[in-house]
Design a protein around this ligand. Structure first.
Ligand code: PLP
Length: 404
């Protein structure tokens, strides 16, 4: 008898680790190393865990083997509160903070606790696809709003407004953005908050790249502009602190909570059901948020991340028919392939062809719920020389590439 997956998974898709990975593994098993530019995992590219994080985890390990509080260690939650108070989110106590096995777990909990079947959530296109997948798994429909490549990939406010219906429950903001690298200014954030206000939407603000900013970009917490809006802010240690494998993230609920008591109770049920998040990694949160921010040096001129972003952006734009908006934050580039130059009907096939030809793995734009087969995403994490080599090979592959 066949064992089939549940119907709940019908619209759940996460192409960053999609089927093309099987082909990559086949190639590697056959002795062909593959350059994997598909996941934003700093450790895989030689970024080390900051010593202060390891010190806290190791120093507390012997006492971290029991279940902890379902919401997380109180000291770590208090550190999150202090951190957000400094960033303008005033109305927050440790009770409003949940720690999770990465932001991913908390994103799924937040949506599971909110959505009834058929409820709608406004999600950016392109998006980090976990958001669309988690909405679908929770029974909702992700309604994608357009981010405008011609306007530094800023969300199109008119498009968002036009897509609000009486089933819309929430608005997702990803800032700094994965995959585009956009960093939103306050004016844009105020526009998003205003829409949420007028239509009584919850705002989910994914700010996991808040400290990975280039040039003169600055980051504002959405919730700091919206004290009277229910806002859930997500963040964690995976990116700025480069310890994705420790699975440590947090979620902070701000704004008017009195009318959301039922929703908060739902979140508590889900937090209790998974007992607690990985306890050892929670010990690192206070150390990570306080004091010296070791990411800083990587982002300054001459810093590794900044140099890599520059190289990827410059060399991608040197490829005929390829254009890339300069990423202002995060760890990715999301270039466009001019349809007048490249005939691509199926961008997943393009990614597979690139893998077979150059042993190089990127992710197709449609994997980020972008509707046209004319983009792809690569991570800007490899060392400059490796990244330059990879982008040159993408250019070699694209030269003359066309699908029948
Ligand atoms: N949100 C965004 C925008 C991401 O890019 C990622 C990971 O790539 C996550 C959330 C998940 O992070 P975590 O490792 O904390 O689960």
């Amino acid at each position: 008898m066949q064992v089939t997956q549940s119907a709940k998974l019908a619209n759940v898709c996460y192409d960053i680790r999609g089927p093309v990975l099987d082909e990559a593994m086949r190639l590697e098993a056959a002795g062909h190393p593959v350059v994997k530019l598909n996941t934003g995992n700093p450790a895989a590219f030689g970024f080390e865990a900051p010593p202060e994080i390891l010190k806290e985890i190791l120093g507390n390990l012997a006492d971290a083997h029991g279940y902890g509080d379902a919401k997380g260690l109180p000291a770590a939650r208090r550190a999150v509160v202090d951190h957000y108070r400094e960033r303008g989110i005033e109305d927050l106590t440790a009770e409003d903070v949940y720690l999770g096995n990465g932001a991913s777990e908390l994103i799924q909990m937040a949506l599971q606790a909110l959505l009834n079947d058929g409820d709608q959530v406004l999600v950016p296109a392109p998006d980090y696809p976990l958001w669309t997948a988690a909405v679908s798994l929770a029974g909702g429909n992700a309604v994608h709003y357009r981010c405008d490549e011609q306007a530094d990939w800023f969300p199109d406010l008119a498009d968002i407004e036009a897509k609000v219906t009486d089933r819309t429950r929430a608005l997702v903001v990803i800032n700094p953005n994965n995959p585009t690298g956009a960093v939103y200014n306050d004016e844009l954030l105020r526009g998003l908050v205003d829409i949420a206000h007028r239509h009584h939407l919850i705002v989910y603000s994914d700010e996991i790249y808040d400290k990975i900013l280039y040039d003169d970009a600055t980051h504002t917490c959405t919730a700091s502009l919206a004290p009277d809006l229910l806002c859930l802010t997500f963040n964690g240690l995976s990116k700025a602190y480069r310890v994705a494998g420790f699975r440590s993230g947090w979620m902070a609920i701000s704004g008017p909570k009195a009318h959301a008591a039922s929703y908060v109770e739902g979140l508590n049920i889900l937090a209790n059901m998974r007992l607690c998040a990985n306890v050892p990694a929670q010990h690192a949160i206070a150390a990570a948020l306080g004091g010296h921010q070791s990411i800083g040096g990587l982002l300054l001129p001459g810093g590794r991340l900044r140099e890599q972003r520059d190289i990827a952006w410059t060399l991608l734009n040197d490829i005929p028919g390829v254009s890339c908006v300069k990423p202002r934050g995060a760890l990715y580039a999301f270039p466009r392939l001019d349809p007048k130059v490249y005939r691509i009907k199926d961008d997943a096939l393009m990614v597979l062809d690139l893998l077979k030809a150059q042993h190089l793995l990127v992710v197709q734009g449609t994997g980020f719920n972008w509707s046209e087969p004319d983009h792809f995403r690569l991570v800007t994490l490899p060392r400059a020389a490796d990244l330059a080599d990879a982008v040159t090979r993408i250019g070699t592959f694209l030269d003359g590439y066309s699908q029948p």
